[in-house]
Design a protein around this ligand. Structure first.
Ligand code: SAH
Length: 227
């Protein structure tokens, strides 16, 4: 579960774009702390995300916006200055990994001045999107989109659904095929590499079964030829 928290956003276009992003990425919780722009006008920029904006929680303080989450991540374009522990950052992909399966608040700052040090210290992590060293400051809604995409990517990663039995059948046929073609070689690298590549790549039961059937056919053909 992700909660997007905007702290004192100043531009209605940004708030609208973020609401749209919430819809794009199935984010159910949008919190807006003390908005500095007109939320009604923001609706004009939300396209099919109007609903997300209409049901957004508008609160007075950041602590209110952070109630009930497991993990709080502040964001900033200004990070990793030597000696500044508070601004030591993690990149989006690490943040997404850490946040996996947790109720995570992503906190975004004002367009003009970002988040205060006090606000950053309320978070567990500071997240920085590595961009140009000369000009790493992204538009607020662009920063939101990159992070939501990264969290979505993480959520979709490793959704492997292959049972051990299918993998062991696949392994069996890779091995049999290898035995058929290896000749007098005692070097098992071809078997090991093939097996690893297949195990790494197969994600679903249907894929495993299809590949296994192909291997079995190949094996039976080869066996017929060489018997
Ligand atoms: N001068 C401000 C700019 C704020 S940009 C500052 O230095 O903080 C508005 C918001 O967009 C930031 O508060 C942050 O939430 C987000 N943002 C912009 N660029 C970012 C980056 N490279 N990494 C992470 N967040 C970023």
């Amino acid at each position: 579960m992700i909660r997007v928290v905007l702290v004192e956003p100043e531009g209605e276009y940004n708030v609208g774009f973020v609401a749209r992003l919430c819809r794009n990425f199935d984010v159910e919780q949008l919190y807006i702390v003390n908005p500095r722009c007109d939320l009604r006008s923001a609706l004009n920029f939300a396209a099919h995300g109007k609903e997300a904006l209409l049901k957004a929680q508008v609160v007075d303080t950041l602590s209110q916006a952070l109630e009930g989450v497991d993990l709080k991540m502040a964001t900033s374009s200004d990070a990793d200055n030597p000696g500044d522990i508070l601004r030591l950052s993690i990149p989006p992909w690490t943040a997404a990994e850490v946040g996996r399966g947790k109720r995570t608040a992503l906190i975004f700052g004002r367009e003009s001045v970002g988040l205060t040090r006090e606000e950053i210290s309320m978070a567990d992590f500071l997240l920085h999107i590595p961009a140009s060293k000369e000009y790493p400051v992204l538009n607020l809604s662009h920063a939101v989109s990159i992070l939501l995409y990264e969290f979505r990517r993480e959520a979709n990663r490793d959704q492997r659904n292959v049972n051990a039995e299918s993998l062991s059948l696949l392994d069996k046929y890779v091995r049999l095929l290898y035995e058929q073609v290896k000749g007098r070689s005692v070097d098992e690298r071809a078997y090991i590499v093939t097996k690893r590549v297949i195990f790494r790549g197969v994600r679903t039961e249907a894929e495993a079964r299809t590949l296994m059937r192909l291997m079995r056919k190949l094996y039976l053909k080869l066996e017929g030829v060489w018997r």
